[in-house]
Design a protein around this ligand. Structure first.
Ligand code: ATP
Ligand code: MG
Length: 421
């Protein structure tokens, strides 16, 4: 019986891998340009890390985590997001004792038990950043500016930056009873999930995608109306910072995000080009989290972007050129030709020129067919006759033009034609 991959868990095949590499290279470039350093944290952690940070009454912790028992009975979980592990590492390695701010970025797979569909997977990948130590609106703006710079550089279509102020914990505590009493009047119009959320996590009702719930909460009192002056001032400074950098945004008072650790600034970049899965990346400020997990009080802000969704949106014109453009096919045939060709292949590769051959092909015709199939820009032909003359024949597969190349100077002749990679 054929063994298949798991539902919602995809293979990344060689045709698509260069697109991912391209996106990752851009992300790495902009993150380092903005002063972030790479961190790699484990794919699994003890379950309590996620339960305590993301929040017990969130969708992720309630029903999306891949949790299992280790042999000694410890409960472990495949990470559903990157912030919790990064914060744990920050605390465990006492990074707070190092000069602040500490700014990290990461790439990697995340795991959530969701209903798989286009752009929604059970193993998906994120690029994310976390910035520790700055309780300054400009740190929020810096994170958003990095996200915006990356997505703009990738020329992703139809992007909107939505932003909201979640205030301080005390602001949300003031707001909750006001919201709950409104929601209780709307109870019969809400979905079963939201009816439950009124008890466990009332703010999440505002974020529900079910149309009836959206309609029922359209006239709900707004969190902004319960906001303290301090939180208001902070958020105004963030918006001013965005204005000063010409980063456009939409205020969205419904944006509450599905994780408990956020406060003050919360944001999401959406697109109209992805259908139902319209979130490209999201993040916000999470000043309480480091302390919640046992570290010193540390203000922090971060975001994460879904690589699958970015890859789906990446315009064809941005995709890296096919490898064949920079590849030489070495068509070596005949006794001597094959043997000399084998050394030439190695010389080319040693000098950094991408070179391929199909060892099964014995005739020039068979080689040329392979070179065409692999879409190689150039073919270097070496038969017994060429070896006798000390030459190889270089064929441009597009123009069909051919020229002699001295066997003693193959690398030097080809290098200017092909930029090494
Ligand atoms: P959504 O509203 O789509 O469920 P989310 O709020 O759960 O997203 P976050 O936890 O903020 O998402 O993760 C940040 C980004 O990671 C999302 O904007 C999205 O691009 C991506 N992402 C989240 N969950 C998935 C998934 N199951 N499959 C693919 N990408 C995902
Ligand atoms: Mg989700």
């Amino acid at each position: 019986m054929m063994i298949k991959g798991i539902k919602g868990v995809k293979d990344l095949l060689p045709e698509e891998a260069p697109r991912w590499r391209f996106i990752e290279d851009k992300a790495r470039h902009w993150a380092t340009t903005f002063g972030f350093q790479e961190i790699r944290v484990p794919i699994f952690e003890v379950t309590t890390l996620f339960a305590r940070s993301i929040g017990a009454s969130t969708d992720i912790v309630e029903k999306e985590m891949y949790t299992f028992q280790d042999r000694d009975g410890t409960s472990l979980t495949l990470r559903p997001e990157g912030t919790a592990g990064t914060v744990r590492a920050y605390i465990e390695h006492n990074r707070a004792a190092d000069p602040l701010p500490q700014k990290y970025f990461y790439f990697g797979p995340m795991f959530r038990h969701e209903r798989p569909q286009a752009g929604r997977l059970r193993q998906f990948h994120q690029f994310g950043v976390e910035s520790f130590g700055m309780a300054d609106p400009r740190a929020d703006v810096e994170a958003i500016a990095l996200l915006w710079q990356l997505l703009s550089d990738l020329t992703l279509p139809a992007l909107t930056l939505e932003i909201n102020n979640l205030g301080y914990t005390s602001d949300r505590e003031t707001y909750k009873p006001v919201l709950v009493s409104y929601l209780q009047q709307q109870l019969s119009k809400l979905c079963a999930n939201c009816q439950r959320r009124i008890e466990t996590n009332p703010l999440r009702v505002l974020d529900c995608k079910v149309p009836d719930c959206r309609a029922a909460t359209e006239a709900a009192p707004k969190l902004a109306e319960s906001m303290s002056d301090k939180a208001r001032t902070y958020f105004d400074a963030v918006l001013k910072g965005l204005d000063s950098l010409d980063i456009p945004y939409h205020l969205n008072h419904r944006l509450v995000r599905g994780l408990d650790y956020y406060c003050l600034t919360t944001f999401e970049v959406t697109t109209t080009s992805l259908g139902a899965q319209n979130a490209v990346g999201a993040g916000g400020r999470y000043d309480g989290l480091v302390e919640t997990l046992g570290g010193p009080p540390t203000p922090a802000v971060g975001f994460a972007v879904g690589i699958e969704r970015v890859s789906m949106m990446l315009p064809e014109s941005q995709a890296p050129p096919p490898a064949g453009d920079r590849t030489v096919y070495v068509a070596a045939f005949g006794d001597q030709g094959a043997s000399v060709g084998f050394s030439v292949l190695q010389d080319l590769r040693r000098s950094g020129i991408r070179a391929v051959v199909d060892f099964r092909s014995g005739t020039l015709k068979a080689h040329l067919r392979q070179a065409d199939r692999l879409k190689c820009r150039y073919t270097l032909m070496i038969g017994d006759d060429e070896v006798t003359k000390g030459l190889a024949l270089l064929r441009n597969m597009e123009t069909k033009g051919q020229s002699d190349v001295p066997l003693s100077a193959v690398v030097a002749s080809i290098k200017p034609l092909i930029s090494p990679s």
